[in-house]
Design a protein around this ligand. Structure first.
Ligand SMILES: Nc1ncnc2c1ncn2[C@@H]1O[C@H](COP(=O)(O)OP(=O)(O)O)[C@@H](O)[C@H]1O
Ligand SMILES: [Mg+2]
Length: 143
């Protein structure tokens, strides 16, 4: 487990380190982003997608579309925001289990997945600790 308080610049450096790992790995991996509204989940997802594509890539929060897929230098990546899902059936209907097999999946509100979490995964918990910093806790499961 790894724990640190990060500014936006430090968070970006962290996203770039994950990008290097994902490129070297060339196998699907889930990154589960926990944290309250405004904790920085979408910000981190945007930094990661941009690190794997280009700084110019538009990465909107998929609050209404539920998911958004990007072709990246580490393979296809799908950014999910599961906030609006009501049940585990909604997760199946979205095809989440199929995406996990072939895409890097970056998931906001992974609480909606229930207890059956994909393996391997990296769990990142973001918490507001000051106006300009967020505490980041990183836990790895099976990777
Ligand atoms: N150190 C930091 N890390 C992440 N976000 C930060 C940080 N400092 C300020 N912010 C701001 O906090 C907001 C986080 O919003 P967002 O990423 O949409 O949160 P979430 O997706 O978790 O609801 C953004 O406006 C971002 O610029
Ligand atoms: Mg968000």
């Amino acid at each position: 487990m790894y724990y640190e308080s990060m500014t936006l610049e430090q968070l970006e450096a962290q996203a770039q380190m994950f990008a290097i790992e994902l490129k070297a790995r060339k196998a699907p991996l889930c990154i589960l982003l926990y944290g309250d509204l405004g904790a920085g989940k979408s910000t981190f997802a945007r930094m990661l997608v941009q690190a794997l594509t280009s700084k110019e890539t538009n990465v909107p929060s998929p609050t209404f579309t539920l998911l958004q897929t990007y072709e990246t230098t580490a393979g296809p990546l799908t950014h999910f925001d599961l906030y609006r899902l009501k049940s585990i059936e909604d997760v199946y209907d979205l095809g989440f289990n199929e995406y996990v097999l072939s895409h890097i999946c970056v998931v906001e509100w992974p609480e909606r997945l229930g207890n059956d979490l994909p393996t391997p995964h990296i769990k990142i918990t973001l918490a507001h600790d000051s106006e300009h910093t967020r505490t980041l806790v990183i836990e790895r499961v099976g990777c």
